[in-house]
Write a protein that binds this ligand. Sequence first.
Ligand code: ARG
Length: 694
Amino acid sequence: MENSRPKLLMCAPTFFGVNYVINPWMEGNIGRAARDRARTQWEGLRDTLAKLADIESIEPVEGLPDMPFVANAGLLYGDTFIPSRFRFPQRQGESEHFVEWFREHGYRIEALQDSGSFEGEGDALFQPGEALLWCGYGVRTSLQVYKDIAERIGVEIALLRLVDERFYHLDTCFCPLPDGRVMFYPHAFDQDSRALIRERVAKENRIEVPASDALRFACNAVAVGDTLISNYAGSELRERLGDWGYAVETCPLDEFILAGGAAKCLVLHLEHEVAEAAEGAVERGSHVCDRRVDIQGQLLDTGLMNEVLDCVTEGGGSFEVEEFHAGLRHDQESQATVRVVAPSPAKLNTILGRLLQLGARVPEEEVDAQLETVTKDGVAPRDFYSTTIYPTDVRVGGQWIRARGQRMDVMLVVRDTEDGHKIDCTLLRDLREGDRVVCGVDGIRIQDRLPADTESSFEFMASSVSSERRVELIVENIAWDMRRIREREGKIVVVAGPVVIHTGGGPYLAKLIAMGYVQALLGGNAIAVHDIESDLYGTSLGVDLARGANIHGGHRHHLQAINRVRECGGIAQAVEQGVIRGGVMYECVRHGVPFSLAGSIRDDGPLPETHMDLLAAQDEYANLIQGADMILMLSSMLHSIGTGNMTPAGVRLICVDISPAVVTKLSDRGSVESTGVVTDVGLFLNLLTAKLSE
Ligand code: ARG
């Protein structure tokens, strides 16, 4: 660059202003930019640049207030100009004027083939002197355009995802400099992009600027020769740039910052010093890939469509909804085809894996699932597929086979039996060397996430948490459901924590058991301990349940209770020997209701029945919930979540807790079958038993 003066394009701010909001900087600033001041600042910048470079200019156009930000006009390489495709309609009118200017000045115009938006040198920046284009995406520019650009310009493409809306263009947070150097603001990027920059640029060649510089547009700098021009540079940054041999010149541009731009945004480089790409470099860089997925269901009412699109973005990809047919009535489903674009095949696979779990299908699904063999007991192949609660089919030998024992977070193992292939949901710890595990995303499909025929899908019971809603109304409907389950000899499982006893719910739960509404009880050591304590001493953790006051010496009651049961040899024995004469555990024993107590690190005792071997406890829980129609989760986060993980779709879950966070976590199974009730569990049980006794 030293030998010839660089050429830059600028556009006077004659019609500049903040007239709309398309980035966070513009918010609250409509009508606040002072045109005279902007003019003076812009001239300051132009005069500073004119000492070092030749400035060309394009006529501003009335009604296009952002046109001075010429960096967004497009991308130049050689004598070819790729015009932008602005994301927001407010700026789209600028394009024709830019295209006209470049055509008149003898450039070749090459429009982008692919759909998707592209905001030119705002997002695509050449590394000076190298065959490398840094490509920002995620806010303004869509990922897919870089596939197109990579194919046209034979340079390596480094994809950087922007995650902070305030740094919506790459040039607001990233400034490539000659000699392989880079100045950037790390937090504007996602983790992988940060890692990519650090991998491509050695430590001594990069300056990671702090937020105090970045938020004053220090990275939005124009480098001409040894001079770096920007709105601002803190003293430390100046010093570091000085060590690199740069003289930093600041031009105040705060009027333009009201619109979200500064020095670099106001300039477009008309020449780039780009090197010839080395062998293989292009392939190494341009990995943008895509695939289409179909999704069908209650996409709008359930928010599933949003979930799908968020999943793509969060996975580092971008999307395009190519088709969308909205179900107009409640009984009609919506259908969408979404093109998923990812920066690498690995990321595409991860995103597709998640979409599959949301119920999406990859249309080219007519291939067999990919199987990989376990080489070490209890260790899955890296690319394993992990299950959801929804019925899942796997394609093996050209046939779709339904997995057995559906539950969440397990692997799918293909077994050859006499009647052909079987697919078993298998826990990580149960994988054995030689097992063939389903991997990747092909040949897997999940049954509709929202079975239309789910019972008791009352509108008001839809998967939502209700604290304000009348608890009575919900209880009435839960009671109604429980009655019907009991009438058809179905199965209701209760998961309960000690809070049930502390809040005085013990007698009601005991009554439910006695009335035949509970077919299995799952809990920990504590629920049983405090239930027995309350039967023996009338206290729960030393608190008198009748009066709600601490009993002197009561803190040892629960230990005495444990001790008594241990003396008898177990809960059942204590009941038989007449030591325990009432309560939850008593009714379980009397009515032959199986229970499982899973231990934990904080357990006192424990009771002889408490499993301190957690694997055994998990297995017993899993056994007891087999065939359940309803699971009532009463104030136990730990045991409830543990149970929820084992439960396939199609089981009614009722989660009662005083903490909305717990209820949300548990009822968030994206399904009509879970109901959350935020209330005191003692009151809930009182109400429920009353309803069931009517
Ligand atoms: N108001 C303009 C926009 O939001 C500012 C553009 C700044 N340009 C840039 N290259 N960062 O589009």
